[in-house]
Design a protein around this ligand. Sequence first.
Ligand SMILES: [Zn+2]
Ligand SMILES: [Zn+2]
Length: 535
Amino acid sequence: MSITELLTVLFPQLACLCVERVLAVGRSVRIVARTREPEAVCPYCGVRSDRVHSRYERRVSDMAISGRETLIQLQVRRFFCGNDGCERKTFAEQVPGLTVRYDRRSLGLAAVLRAVAVALGGRPGARLADRLGAAVSRMTLLRLLRGLPEPSAAGVPRVLGVDDFALRRGHRYGTVLVDIEAGRPIEVLTDRSADTFAAWLQAHPGVEVICRDRAGCYAEAATRAAPHAVQVADRWHLWHNLGQAVERTVAQHRGCLPEPDPPREPDAGEQRPSAPAPAQRSAAGRLAERTTARHAAVHGLLADGYGVKAIARELRLARGTVRRFARAQDVAELLASTGTGRRPSILEEHKPYLHQRWNAGVTNAATLFTELREKGFRGSYETVRDYIATLRSTGQVPAAPPPSPPTVRETVGWIMSNPDDLDADHEQRLAAILGRCPRLRAARGHVRAFADMMNTLGGRDLEKWMTSVEADDLPALRSFVTGLRRDQDAVTAGLTMPWNSGPVEGHVNRIKTIKRQMYGRANPDLLRVRVLHAD
Ligand SMILES: [Zn+2]
Ligand SMILES: [Zn+2]
């Protein structure tokens, strides 16, 4: 490949120029060039002319070259138009692929900046443009946005998706209309009223299918302004509403989420913790005994109405000590925090495990120490031995704390999940909850059946599904069904027809991103331009 060929590939916009000089000036590149075609075409009448009227210099900013801002110092000509029928006497030549009238920016640079403006808007766009070697002001980017042509109307969509989005959260909402088949936003309306949507439908007759959320003002507008269009309650909203009903159900059964206390299983062979042999008593054991006795004394006096000061006097203890004992609900807590005085914290995170093993009958300190080492415990054998001794002597072993119960939200997530997507631990915890609570078990069954219906477009089973929900004592799901019945045709269509609102949701999410870039001060006009030119 010759260098000329290479340059033609890399800089096509310079192909029909005669480049005279290239200068590197600081962070920028300056190209001095002139046009070389003997003739030019009059833009007004299309007739060629070779009669030069005058020459002058134009400066055109172009896309950065190697990250450097690029300026073309261009010698151009003004021609006489030789066509007697043309209203113009003279015209300025343009360089194809590079210049347009009155623009200091090349076609390529303008395209880049428009793309930056659509993607990022004013301020962030200006920051990026600067990094791209195309420094431009925020206002210029906004002007470029406003100057974008209306996206070519590709006719009225056959399948229309409609959804709302917050312009200002909780204050103002807009409406986005999406051509579902093309997956392209076609209009942004600046409110979410039935009238505005109805007016749009009237101005754009021919929509056959309208995917919308649950019965509401879009449904009302569609019924009024496009009575022949099939209304489809879209699956995303149905699923979302079902999730809300499940959340209310789980919240109602919050009490069924935590594991009940496991029953203590007496173990064979090992000594019961409550019957310590005197020989096993150690210094740690004596400390534990004293702690236990003090705890009992402090709480006894508290129960009798004594204040901290009085108790301290009574028991000859420092007030801080009394407060510490008063705060502790049981001795184990105190022992855990004081331990044997030997940096108890190092053992802290392993205590639940120790308690669990202890309750399972493993009480040998050496065995437990070995096990803990394997689990990453870095402390000494004595630490473990002394702690085990306190467990032995107090006889008060906190049950291994059950894993903290799942939150309502987590549980809802598990119930709504495809069972194939649940990891083993969550599956097990969900199974335990469903095992304890027949109502939640029933709810999960209904959710799975609904998911099947959605995934297989089995809308014909809707009636059966609703009847089976109504047969159960699940008030929130029942009221979900009541809502479905009010909009049953559209819901059945939503569970039968292939349309779904994936494209609409995608665009609503994009709108959210744009709004975040606009720091929440979304100007509806600019937002509209950016949404419509997103592709
Ligand atoms: Zn002309
Ligand atoms: Zn329950």
